[in-house]
Design a protein around this ligand. Sequence first.
Ligand code: PLP
Length: 407
Amino acid sequence: MTETNNRQSFQIDGEGYYGNFGGAYVPEILYGAVQQLQDSYREIIESDEFQREYMELLRDYVGRPSPLYLARRLSKKYGCTIYLKREDLNHTGAHKINNTIGQILLAKKMGKKRIIAETGAGQHGVATATVCALMDMPCVVYQGALDVERQHTNVERMRMLGAEVRPVYTGNHTLKDAVNEAIRDWCCHPADTFYIIGSTVGPHPYPDMVARLQSVISKEIKEQLMEKTGRDYPDHLIACVGGGSNAAGTVYHYIDDERVNITLAEAGGHGADTDFTAATIHAGKLGIIHGSKTLVMQTPDGQIMEANTISAGLDYPGIGPMHANLAAQHRATVFSINDDEAIRGGYELTRLEGIIPAIESAHAIAVLEKMDFKPTDVVVLTVSGRGDKDVETYLDNKQMAGEYGNF
Ligand SMILES: *Cc1c(COP(=O)(O)O)cnc(C)c1O
């Protein structure tokens, strides 16, 4: 990292690292495919033609810009001014589509003929199957056999969209096994296949590529804050983190602006010090996962552990290298939010603002009561997705919702 003015950037460096985290640890057979992507992604993404097509689809297909909504009752409760960035209003119900639209455009420009992806809960699988239908590209989605069973609706959605869902029967039949299988497929077809990764994880350049494709979130926040408050930056940004893509998009244009505090919410499950957790930043150790050097939840002998949380979209046993570095450098404050706190947060937003958030996003809401705000503080909190998919989970756990659960 070159330091010209003694201040380190929190963006990626020329070698594909964020501080000590990142890089590309892939099998030799993928070296060429990863190198090709590293060499071309920025030039393509930054080209006028790509930007024109990408922005047009974000506007007319996804429905961007997503609103920045002043949450008056939430603001009153926490004694500051809280804006919600409404990624829940996007087509397919979350921020993931911003990324899959971008990657499929990139795949086409690179002449790739076939798309593969892996999915846990199925949300990234659905976002990928959606853009494959849109672009008429064959799509194979790897999903752990246990997840195929547990997430039946999303499996049906992917199939309806024309994707082939391949259940994976190795390991624990869950997400990390699906990742291994997707990488194995990519190894067999490196020339014609594009692997769409769903978060700021994986070998370089994926974390940076996904962050750039999600950075439209903070680009819009800047413009919308300027219009609404006369100042283009908030005092606080808050987002939930699984792999880290909605958070990366939320902080992207503010990452080196020290006037802006960054707060991240990871999924504590039953508690960061229990076995039932997905709080990787709290509980993880340096390791390699998905081709990236980052914090990983692992057993004492280095095996990757299962991540556990009430929120299917946050149960990844790693974390994006950008976020591992933000935490290590104390640029971000990271809270571990337990299942019961997230449920309560979800009910709170539902009752105070009439917005049922995804259970993932509810982790970000739950951070509010752990923070101290000044009355003049402007807070932007990203609602990464909508909660239609989680209604059953909310109802099954309403005993965790405190006063909001009495119905
Ligand atoms: C997948 C998902 C997440 C977690 O992914 P990130 O890459 O960390 O953003 C968060 N919220 C919703 C609604 C999701 O679908």
